[in-house]
Design a binder for this molecule. Sequence first.
Ligand code: SF4
Length: 400
Amino acid sequence: MTGFLGRPKPVFDLDPVNAVELIARMNRGLEYPGLKGTIKHQPSDFFTGVAVSPFKATEAEQMIQYFKLKKKIAAGVGFVVTQLGYDVRKFHEALQFIKQCAPEMPVVGNIYILPFGAARVMNQNKIPGCVVTDKLVAELDQERSAADKGEGGRLLRAARMYAIMKGMGFSGVHIGGHNIRYEQVEQIISDGEALSPNWRDLVHHFDYPQPNGFYYFALDPKTGLNAETPVRRQGLPLDAPIGFSYRMSRLFHQLMFEPGKNLYGLMGALSRKVEGSKLEGAYHKPEHLAKVLIFDCHDCGDCALIDVAYSCPMSQCPKNQRNGACGGSFNGWCEVYPEKRRCVYVIAYARLKHYGEEARLDGDSVPPCNWDFYQTSSWINYYLGKDHTAKRTGVPEAKQ
Ligand code: SF4
């Protein structure tokens, strides 16, 4: 990556859910406090789209993708576009899932005209989020030895995808690829239109499941696509270990942080007492030290441990995602540290699922980190209702 005179610093303050919420507010006429009262902007007119990947091999990654998509839809998105992929059962899964949540939502299918070189790179997971199976790479390898170097096969594949997507009920398609020409796109559309009346006969051309890959819906053997009922996820194995530290964190949480229970009242009273006093530093330091040792805390002060099943998104997620995983994870691993570090949301899902609580990740959106709290006591901010958890916990929200 390059930028102006070097590499830019990544900025991940607003995740996609937060960005959609911001744009929705801008479209209504953004209001914010000014020196002389509330300032209101003219309403903007953005038509917001978001992406979703149905091409996740593990249950945890796939469910997190869908939970996050539901937050984006609730935030006011205008349309959804899928990640590129070649398993049509997965395209069907995404479409059916979205239609069950938001029947009127326009969904755009992604058709990438796939040459052998790109397929091989994607197959090696060198383009995060783009999944091409061994079987498809082998087919493309054969195709490229044809006189046209595989162009006819590539365009036919894209036309068949167009036909299937139209038949399934996608609102449109995005046709992409490198160095493609206008005439090629025209050919895909006209061939796809001609093929679309018999789209069901083409489904078998796109049977590219990932090894032991998870599907949200049960298989419909008649069509090769999905039945309307979700698979039973309860008995499926966890995608990550639970860990001793999580078990301890739960106990600690019950002891200290559950409103109205155990030490909560005492900690609240103590927090009120020390806030703004000389003792505040002495209160904050041991809290922060303990959290550094256990969670590699970065002292953001607007603590999201409770949202991510006691993994810190500020230190353990390179993109600081607070509303669910990005689309780049692969086989449960973080996009930035493949096969070295599990995605924090895969860990969170597994931890919560062990206790039958994974639906907690399928809730209200989490706001961006409030940097006003940076290097302040997250416990004080929690007990005094200053941080983002106040609405959920029912702690009276403090005036900022
Ligand atoms: S979310 Fe913030 S306060 Fe909580 S552990 Fe991470 S950096 Fe520390």
